[in-house]
Ligand binder design. Structure first.
Ligand SMILES: Nc1ncnc2c1ncn2[C@@H]1O[C@H](COP(=O)(O)OP(=O)(O)O)[C@@H](O)[C@H]1O
Ligand SMILES: [Mg+2]
Length: 364
């Protein structure tokens, strides 16, 4: 069973106001046919409000939404050909799995045989064959969520909207469902807009991600772009762990800038020098896994001197905090492989990294 067609969704300056407060502000995004697109942000940043507007349950107070080039503001929800799955998936408790999945098809008054075929196909897609006669109370949380997904897929929407669909599940099940959801979305090639506050979910599932803060999109790109080359402090800290080291721009160069950090250490940082001016204060973003630590006695010229302030062993890696200068702590993650040197509290070390892994960010 493949969708009739996969839609392109375009948001143009979309805003939504509750009283005096804009819950969504000037959001412009294009979601391509077949794409898995994630809206990522903390609780209250406007993710659900955006999805509700796309589904037709709320109207924008500014801007407009187009599906396949057609403005849909005047189209009621049931005519939008959109499938929506919530965190609280609300199955009918008195209906069987079969009847729950058949619900939307019966409403559309399809012939019995066609309903049976579509229900069976949808249940197969989510791996629930054989459970047709059960009631929701006889299913695990993960199975219930699959029924909700099958119910939505059975009507073959052109657009799938998922609002934190995995957040009610325990960690192990969440990880497993994440893999299945990615596979299903790939197989169906259905345009999917996924909402989550969980950055690892967003990185694992998405073709592209938009990071939202207080109703606005602060950043948009592939998971790799957003993780490796964040353009804002908010995105750097929200997506993954980030060391943010205060620095000052001391020289503009052709392919980057030279910055000075604590202790007078000067470091070249790649990037567009046009964005900076000499003397500007900035933050140097260094991901924990991009840092290495070595004994301070090696007499090398690069990196920072630091003191080991803490170490935690997590099986696959050691997580160190090292103190540079007066009090800035850097988090360093080193794979715990074989005979690698283990540092102890108070050890003097040198922190190394390659310039390509560093990103310069505005202060706020
Ligand atoms: N019906 C509503 N009436 C008033 N305020 C609302 C309503 N729905 C959402 N809000 C507010 O809009 C903001 C965004 O909410 P929401 O879209 O639910 O965020 P998210 O899904 O990212 O957690 C929040 O500040 C929330 O309190
Ligand atoms: Mg929400």
């Amino acid at each position: 069973m493949s969708p009739k067609l996969s839609s392109e969704v375009r948001l143009e300056g979309v805003g939504k106001r509750y009283g005096e407060i804009w819950a969504v502000r000037d959001v412009t995004l294009t979601i391509l046919p077949g794409e898995f697109f994630t809206l990522l942000g903390p609780s209250g940043c406007g993710k659900t409000t955006l999805l509700r507007m796309i589904a037709g349950f709320a109207r924008p107070d500014a801007g407009r939404i187009l599906v396949d080039g057609e403005p849909i503001d005047a189209v009621p929800p049931w005519k939008r050909d959109v499938g929506l799955v919530f965190q609280h998936y609300a199955l009918w408790p008195h209906l069987t799995v079969y009847e729950n999945v058949a619900f939307g098809l019966r409403e559309r008054r399809l012939p019995r045989a066609e309903i049976a075929e579509k229900v069976s196909a949808a249940l197969t897609q989510v791996g629930l064959e054989g459970l047709e006669a059960r009631r929701p109370s006889q299913l695990s949380g993960g199975q219930q969520q699959r029924v909700a997904l099958a119910r939505t897929l059975a009507v073959q929407p052109r657009l799938l909207l998922l609002d934190e669909p995995l957040s009610n599940l325990d960690a192990q099940l969440r990880a497993q469902m994440r893999i299945e959801l990615a596979r299903l979305q790939r197989d169906l090639a259905i345009t999917t807009i996924y909402v989550t506050h969980d950055q690892s979910e967003a990185l694992a599932l998405s073709n592209r991600v938009a990071v939202l803060q207080s109703g606005s999109v602060v950043e948009e790109g592939t998971p790799e772009d957003i993780y490796r080359r964040p353009r804002s402090r908010f995105a750097a800290e929200f997506v993954g762990a980030a060391n943010l080291l205060p620095v000052q721009v001391v020289e503009l160069r052709e392919t980057g800038v030279l910055v000075e950090a604590v202790g007078g250490v000067r470091l070249p940082v790649p990037g567009d020098p046009v964005r900076w001016r000499t003397g500007a204060r900035a933050l140097l973003c260094l991901r924990p896994e991009a840092l290495r630590i070595e004994e301070a006695t090696l007499g090398r010229e690069t990196g920072f001197f630091a003191t080991v302030a803490s170490r935690v062993f997590e099986g696959d890696r050691h997580i160190y905090e090292v103190k540079v200068g007066e009090g800035t702590l850097l988090r360093v993650e080193l794979p715990a492989l074989g005979e690698g040197r283990i540092f102890r509290l108070g050890d003097r070390v040198r922190v190394e990294f390659s310039a390509e892994s560093a990103v310069l960010l505005p202060q706020s």
